[in-house]
Design a protein around this ligand. Structure first.
Ligand SMILES: Cc1cc2nc3c(=O)[nH]c(=O)nc-3n(C[C@H](O)[C@H](O)[C@H](O)COP(=O)(O)OP(=O)(O)OC[C@H]3O[C@@H](n4cnc5c(N)ncnc54)[C@H](O)[C@@H]3O)c2cc1C
Length: 431
């Protein structure tokens, strides 16, 4: 028996600042639409919005609340690129297609910025620019980062030496940095609510508390059973990410659910001014790295760690706080106000699964830890594909739905993470 509490957002800083929002009604009556989108995270919401803008009738089914999954819990970094490495992209796609796919990730960043402006989501944008900071004294690696970016996208990044880096991010752990002006950071939960409002303004339906339970072929389309009724749709788009492994296993079995964590401190503007003077988002280049950003009300949001365990670790706030102090011991008086976990979907190749699975059945999933721009990109690509005016989604066809290994694969992911941590530690110790 479900209760209202089952639909509450996790106890995050974002949920608290959003405040109480009324829950949308669940699906009670049959409906016939062009497209049924399953999952109201960033991927589902963007796909639905772009389909409506192309004149399709659309409904979105969400098991819990809009952006209840990773999309409403993430770090809020909107950056170019993918979770998979650019070097691997060039190897797999060839330089020309890799450059085109990479440009789509840049278009995804621009898309988010445009929605914030056009839909007047003023308080969603929280800071400009992105620093990638190096924990090893390897200037050549940072300079290579600049050259590789120029090669794949033609854009210029700025290199900061150790003195310049520490003048902005006052940590002895850091040696070099690269600044990317294209990145920015947002309140992701508010952004998703902005998209949802626009979907409804354009006549789309969003049903919350409506878990899609069954998906079957029906004539030339599909029948989706959810809550108290069924939907008939010409097309279905699966956007359930790591929060569903039952509805359509041929897609979900190609993913591993991977947890990652965020904490937010109490306001401490004066202290932060002395330690981190930039409002850009900041990520270190460890294989299993930390990412953080100043929030407009003087707090620090700190993210990091990955694990394959599904439950939230005991004393999460303390664990994350220790990670923060290992970089910035000056913040020892900081108090943590919130800490939470979220799940990401990862395919073995770490790249998104975007495309048509069967006739009229589409997937936009597995964005890993780099989903804010890539879900936007998937949204406009899938909407274009269903409308028949854009086939660029085919660029991602080489990223196949290979089985991710189930529980054994999960153990492998955890072992890989530990190995990455050891490698990071070793690199920093031996420089
Ligand atoms: C803690 C954390 C920090 C992150 N930080 C960043 C960052 O700073 N920058 C970045 O680019 N990326 C980041 N990511 C990754 C990014 O958040 C995700 O890649 C992205 O949000 C995935 O969006 P999605 O729509 O695919 O999935 P989700 O947001 O997980 O949405 C899936 C939705 O489907 C619903 N659902 C599941 N099954 C059903 C069903 N059967 N019927 C109906 N609904 C269903 C779920 O309830 C959920 O709302 C982070 C992720 C986490 C967890």
């Amino acid at each position: 028996m479900q209760t209202d509490n089952d639909y509450d957002y996790p106890d995050s800083y974002y949920a608290e600042t959003l405040g109480k929002t009324p829950m949308r009604p669940a699906l009670m009556h049959p409906l016939d639409v062009d497209v049924c989108v399953i999952g109201a995270g960033l991927a589902g919401l963007t796909t639905a919005l772009e389909l409506l803008r192309k004149g399709k009738s659309v409904c979105v089914l969400e098991a819990k609340r809009v952006a209840w999954g990773a999309s409403g819990r993430n770090g809020g970094f909107v950056n170019v690129g993918f979770a998979g490495s650019t070097t691997d992209m060039v190897k797999r796609l060839g330089h020309k297609n890799a450059a085109e796919a990479f440009q789509l990730s840049v278009d995804g960043v621009d898309y988010v910025r445009r929605q914030i402006k056009d839909l007047k989501m003023g308080d969603v944008l929280e800071g400009e620019g992105e620093f990638r900071v190096y924990r090893t004294d390897d200037a050549q690696a940072a300079l290579r980062d600049c050259t590789n970016t120029k090669d794949i996208s033609g854009d210029d990044l700025t290199y900061y030496d150790t003195g310049q880096t520490r003048a902005i991010m006052n940590s002895e752990r850091y040696h070099h940095a690269v600044y990317d002006p294209r990145g920015f950071h947002i309140d992701p939960l508010k952004y998703c609510h902005g998209l949802a409002a626009e979907i409804e303004r354009l006549g789309g339906h969003i049903f919350e508390g409506t878990k899609a339970r069954d998906l079957t072929r029906s004539g030339t389309g599909w029948k989706i059973t959810a809550h108290e009724a069924a939907i008939s749709a010409r097309h279905v788009v699966l956007c359930t990410s790591a929060y569903d492994f039952k509805l359509y296993p041929p897609v979900s079995r190609a993913m591993q659910p991977v947890a990652t964590y965020v904490m937010v401190t109490d306001p401490m503007k004066d202290l932060l001014d002395q330690v981190i003077s930039s409002n850009a988002c900041i990520a270190d280049t460890r294989r299993a790295g930390n990412y953080y950003r100043r929030l407009p009300d003087g707090r620090l949001l700190w993210g990091g760690r990955i694990t394959t365990r599904q439950s939230e670790p005991f004393q999460l706030a303390q664990i994350m706080g220790r990670d923060m102090l290992s970089v910035y011991p000056q913040l020892s008086t900081a108090e943590t106000s919130h800490a939470w976990a979220g799940l990401m979907g990862y395919a073995l190749h770490s790249m998104p699964l975007i495309g048509q699975v069967e006739n009229g059945l589409w997937m936009a999933t597995a964005f890993g830890g780099h989903g804010l721009n890539t879900t936007a990109m998937a949204g406009f690509l899938i909407a274009g594909a269903i409308s028949g005016d854009d086939n660029r989604y085919k660029l991602f066809a080489p990223y196949k739905r290979n089985w991710a290994g189930g529980p054994v694969g999960r153990a492998g992911v955890q072992a890989k993470y530990w190995a990455m941590q050891i490698q990071d530690w070793f690199d920093e110790k031996n420089q």
